[in-house]
Design a protein around this ligand. Structure first.
Ligand code: MGD
Ligand code: MGD
Ligand code: MO
Length: 766
């Protein structure tokens, strides 16, 4: 007889997508009390005249297609267009101390914010405030700082290009480059790594390239949950017979089999399509070893082929004409021992050989990756080694081939493009001077980790957040939370209530804004905003729902209000004019960033336009003017991981959440229902600790410095994972991620490489 599984844990044997996904959408609509209007909303997602889906940054076929069904896009949209409201009565009824004890899910599930609110310490409640009064207080507090560098200006990646541009204009006029943003916790390893390799910090492929590729390599991303529209692309590729080779410690269901809700035959016959042609369960953090192993083998195969009189397997003309550094790369992998490669990757030599077989057989290869590569102490090196792998066969800069970082938030790439950066380059400063007649400071500002450090140490005293939930998204609440509580000023521009709002500093203001789905009307009429997807396509987005309350303002309007109150007549900037008609914001964007030429005209063409990605036509804007093979020293991300007691914890998203927004407690494809308090472990690792499926455990992070960080009373569940790799849910697990544990090159926190020891609940550490 098989042993009973823990409560809420049962195998899910269905394919991803399919009827399970349709059912989930119906339930979501009901939960958010959305009737007919909501269903109509879904049909407007990613349509030429509609709004851009806030769910993810995967592109749409020219934004011109018919409705593409996406379960998690539907959740994101219904969550925003919910009928529920958080109004002044709500805040009158609940103190902040009381709300603190609610879960993240409960807080956001109360619905949309309706009024500007300010925290009143005397009775521990938020009360309403007029917009102008809020702006005046913010302006006064900012101007009272000793230096503009004492303020931090955070951006979450839903902000439109227009909002982000107005924001950076205000902040640069105010006088700092302190621009922590969500990208610092996400694809910063890409933004730092790719420019060194290929001269641009963005992916080089377009959606059409997938039609022409002969193999797809997928490292560390879970598209069935996080980029469901990508499943259409993978599903098509697989049905064409294109091999899809996956590297992921978790067997993610959608990467195994997927039933396309668009496919009437699969739906009617309950059948599905195999996605991965090979699934390599690499150890958490073992990608560097796996990729270096592949590169080492490719050099070996090349030599063999040459010896036998063949042409070799490298793309020599490309390497000769376009690259720099191959000899160093060869030396590096030659010096790397197979024993180490197999130990760190957790893969067999045969597995690596078979991956190389597929790679060499394909003329055109696309390599996709997500947080499984970037959120490591060696995240930038991971990205650069993946690029090396492609460069060896000229797989960048031609049709059907290239690198494809799968971005997170729907406009996280655009926000960076239009100036959210702590390190402005000369052309940005020149452009600002040309457009606005003043030259902003070029001093390096703070990224997300540096901002939190400055806040925790009391060097920074004010924080403005354009969206997001910074306190909960960031590592180490034992540092982050007390730091935020000390702030002189905290301002949150948000659609929904979250825990960051409850870390009330001396003055804490919540400003409710319109979301993507809402109609944004300014004095010249309804406005569109623009966004850039993972493939550098820029297009317009226009909401159409009646806003959830008459007191809301748009993000650009709120930022202009703050700017006016703070800067007064210090600059000759027509803030009101910019807000009256967003075309004027776009005209300015075009002056600062010439790549946006004819912005207003081109964005009105169906499907928008693509921004320039020079590497995609083999122009390399690097220091060598070539694509660079770059070296990553060694294989071990973290020497502590060699200790056999140590496990590597990856923190990740369930199927029922959007970052810190927890829609529900199921993680259907992984077979977890109604709970999130679990740690996924291999049977071998459980047995080695005398534990069984369902046992209560404590997880202790093994930090180099600082206090012992632990989460206690979690339930261990047996899961198909490589030995030494364990998993848990973000954001709960941030409690054990040390703030100091990040990639030194990019600042990306190592959320997927946390060294931990696991013991039976209550037992002491050996
Ligand atoms: N529905 C939904 N959509 C989203 C989001 C969401 O939360 N919900 N978030 C958005 C954002 S901001 C982002 S950045 C993206 C995130 O999208 P993903 O990049 O898919 O993010 P995660 O779920 O954190 O983890 C991805 C995968 O990495 C694997 N992994 C963990 N460690 C390793 C490792 O060491 N090596 C390898 N090869 N794999 C590893 C995990 O098993 C998991 O399958 O999605 C975006 N879209
Ligand atoms: N342990 C661990 N930590 C992680 C990660 C991980 O994998 N593991 N992933 C990291 C990643 S990839 C990212 S991107 C960050 C995410 O960090 P953030 O972007 O800061 O977090 P979100 O949870 O996306 O923010 C949710 C809040 O945004 C607000 N919001 C939603 N829509 C809008 C809008 O249209 N306008 C405005 N103004 N506000 C809006 C709502 O109030 C909501 O509560 O977290 C990072 N943290
Ligand atoms: Mo992200």
């Amino acid at each position: 007889m098989t042993k009973k599984r823990p409560e809420g844990i049962r195998a899910y044997n269905e394919p991803a997508g399919g009827w399970g996904a349709l059912k989930a959408v119906a339930e979501t609509l009901a939960r958010q009390q959305i009737a007919a209007q909501g269903t109509a909303t879904l049909l407007k997602a990613n349509q030429p005249e509609g709004f851009d889906c806030p769910g993810c940054a995967w592109p749409d076929p020219k934004h011109t297609s018919s409705f593409e069904f996406c379960e998690n896009g539907a959740k994101a949209i219904t969550w925003e267009s919910t009928a529920k409201r958080v109004n002044p009565d709500f805040f009158a009824t609940h103190t902040v101390a009381e709300l603190w004890n609610w879960t993240d899910h409960e807080l956001e599930n109360e619905g949309r914010l309706t009024h500007p609110m300010i925290y009143e310490a005397s009775d521990d409640r938020y009360r309403t405030i007029e917009w102008d009064e809020a702006f005046a207080i913010i302006g006064d507090k900012l101007n009272a700082l000793e230096s503009p560098h004492q303020a931090e200006f955070y951006t979450s990646g839903r902000a439109s290009n227009e909002a982000a541009f107005v924001y950076q204009l205000f902040v640069r006029a105010f006088g700092t480059n302190n621009f922590p943003d969500c990208s610092n916790m996400c694809h910063e390893a890409t933004s730092v790594g790719l420019p060194e390799s290929i001269g641009v910090g963005k992916g080089t492929v377009t959606l059409e390239d997938f039609d022409h590729c002969d193999a797809i390599f997928s490292f560390g991303h879970n598209p069935g949950t996080n980029h469901p529209r990508m499943m259409t692309t993978l599903h098509e590729a697989s049905r064409r017979g294109t091999p899809i080779v996956v590297f992921n410690p978790f067997k993610e269901r959608a990467l195994e089999k997927f039933a396309a809700p668009q496919n009437p035959i699969e739906m009617a016959t309950f059948s599905s399509t195999e996605i991965a042609s090979a699934y390599h369960q690499v150890r958490t953090g073992g990608d560097l070893a796996a990729i270096k192993g592949m590169i080492k083998l490719i050099f070996e195969r090349d030599e063999q082929d040459l010896k036998q009189g063949g042409p070799g397997v490298l793309d020599r003309p490309f390497i000769e004409a376009h690259t720099h550094g191959i000899d160093d790369l060869r030396r590096d992998v030659e010096a790397t021992q197979w024993n180490d490669i197999l130990f760190y990757s957790g893969l067999t030599r045969d597995a690596i050989e078979s991956a190389v077989d597929v790679y060499l057989k394909a003329k055109n290869v696309i390599l996709c990756y997500g947080m499984g590569l970037t959120q490591h102490a060696n995240g930038t090196h991971n990205v650069q080694q993946a690029t090396n792998l492609l460069l060896l066969r000229g797989n960048i800069g031609r049709e059907g081939a290239g690198i494809c970082p799968v971005r997170g938030h729907s406009n996280v790439q655009g926000d960076r493009t239009v100036g959210i950066t702590e390190i402005p380059n000369a052309s940005l400063l020149d452009g600002m001077e040309k457009a606005f007649g003043f030259r902003p400071t070029g001093d390096k500002g703070h990224n997300a980790i540096e901002a939190i450090e400055a806040i925790a140490e009391g060097r920074s005293k004010a924080l403005i957040c354009l969206g997001g939930n910074l306190a909960v998204a960031m590592s180490d609440p034992s540092v982050t939370f007390p730091g935020m509580r000390k702030l002189d000023l905290a301002v949150h521009i948000s659609t929904k209530l979250n825990r960051s709002h409850l870390l009330a500093g001396k003055t804490c203001i919540v400003l409710p804004c319109l979301g993507r789905t809402d109609l944004d009307t300014q004095s010249s009429g309804p406005q569109s905003v623009t966004v850039e997807d993972s493939m550098s396509m820029v297009h317009a987005s226009r909401g159409f729902l009646n806003p959830p309350s008459q007191f809301l303002k748009s993000e650009p309007a709120i930022l202009a209000g703050i700017a006016k109150a703070t800067l007064g007549a210090r600059y000759d900037i027509d803030w009101d004019g910019l807000i009256e008609n967003y075309d004027r914001i776009r005209d300015k964007i075009e002056i600062v960033f010439p790549d946006f030429r004819d912005f207003n005209k081109r964005v009105r063409v169906r499907g928008g336009f693509r921004l320039d990605v020079p590497a995609s036509y083999r122009e390399w804007r690097t220091a060598t003017s070539k694509a660079n093979f770059l070296i990553a020293p060694g294989l071990d991300e973290d020497p502590r991981l060699k200790d056999p007691e140590m496990l590597v914890l990856a923190t990740m998203r369930s199927h029922d959440q959007y970052n810190t927004t927890v829609y529900g407690l199921d993680d259907r494809y992984r077979g977890v229902f109604g709970r999130r308090d679990v740690i996924f472990m291999s049977a071998e690792d459980l047995a080695a600790r005398g534990l069984e499926d369902g046992d209560l455990i404590d997880v202790h992070a093994v930090a180099k410095d600082g206090p012992q960080r632990s989460v206690r009373g979690y339930t261990a569940i047996t899961y198909n994972l490589p030995k030494g790799s364990v998993g848990g849910y973000y954001p709960e697990m941030n409690a054990i991620v040390a703030l100091s544990h990040y990639d030194r090159k990019s600042g990306t926190p190592a959320y997927k490489g946390v060294p931990v020891k696991i013991v039976r609940a209550g037992a002491s550490l050996a």
